[in-house]
Design a protein. Structure first.
Lengths: 119, 153
């Protein structure tokens, strides 16, 4: 149990550290970091590099936004296997639908009740 | 009158930012990002394991964990705590899914005063929009390539 959490901690820590190095060394904005990580997550999953990371680090690899890319790529590959051509368009969003809907719903509610910061 | 203080050219501003950011020690930043990012992932794993203990399928457990973290990120942003954590955590608070959630709520709050459609609604996806655009676009390309590979086989 402890070993499992340690693996999660280290994997997640390393992925976030890579993001920090990019921010410090390249002046990439957080928005670009998120886009790069999600895109690389999709590509690395497609070429079979990300899966071993998920097997080892579990939430350490799925909680970072690259894990969102992992879910997108896995979803689209599974769906193309099952349904063929239309799977190209249904697989990715289907696999991540819960996250997207939750982000919209909770995001909207949070914004509704929060007070804007006075600058 | 108050505006005099912030009258800076773009060049002056970037020099100002550089002078401030040059002081931030990279090793310390990486260390803090590692710890905070790692901890958020551990919270995700704890929620996943709790769900599995209650007999929920592991695939669904991961979804519940993701939704919970999105809620947490939105909530902490709404009560103005997430940006405070972010000051120390850096990428450790940006890269996890809670940061994705934060990127939706923060601009939504900021632009709320401009109305519910073009203010709140339009700005929610100011940062998350590009993430979805490039993520989904790449997944469609991957799907297409995979479909072609299945055809050739």
């Amino acid at each position: 149990m402890i070993i499992e959490y340690l693996k999660v901690f280290i994997t997640g820590g390393i992925i976030c550290s890579i993001g920090q190095i990019l921010i410090d060394k390249t002046k990439l904005t957080p928005a670009r970091i998120l886009v790069i990580f999600v895109t690389l997550g999709v590509i690395f999953t497609a070429i079979g590099v990300y899966k071993p990371l998920v097997d080892y680090g579990k939430a350490g690899a799925t909680v970072p936004i690259s894990g969102f890319g992992y879910a997108l790529a896995n979803g689209v590959i599974e769906e193309v296997k099952d349904k063929g051509f239309i799977g190209i368009f249904t697989g990715g969003v289907k696999a991540t639908s819960a996250g997207i809907a939750a982000a919209i719903a909770f995001g909207y509610l949070a914004a509704l009740f929060a007070k804007p910061k006075i600058k | 009158m108050e505006n005099d203080k912030i009258k800076m050219t773009v060049k002056e501003y970037s020099e100002y930012v550089e002078s401030k950011s040059a002081k931030s020690p990279i090793i310390k930043n990486i260390f803090l990002a590692f710890i905070s990012g790692g901890l958020i992932c551990v919270i995700g794993q704890i929620i996943t394991n709790l769900c599995i203990n209650y007999g929920i399928e592991s695939k669904d457990a991961i979804i519940i964990s993701t939704i919970s973290l999105i809620f947490l990120g939105a909530f902490l942003t709404a009560v103005n705590l997430y940006s405070k954590i972010g000051k120390y955590a850096g990428a450790g608070s940006v890269v996890p899914i809670t940061g994705f959630s934060n990127s939706i709520v923060a601009p939504a709050i900021e632009y709320k005063s401009e109305g519910f459609v073009l203010g709140l609604g339009a700005n929610m996806f100011k940062i998350a929009g590009p993430v979805l655009v490039y993520g989904i676009l790449t997944s469609v390309i991957v799907g297409f390539v995979y479909w072609l590979m299945l055809l050739v086989r």
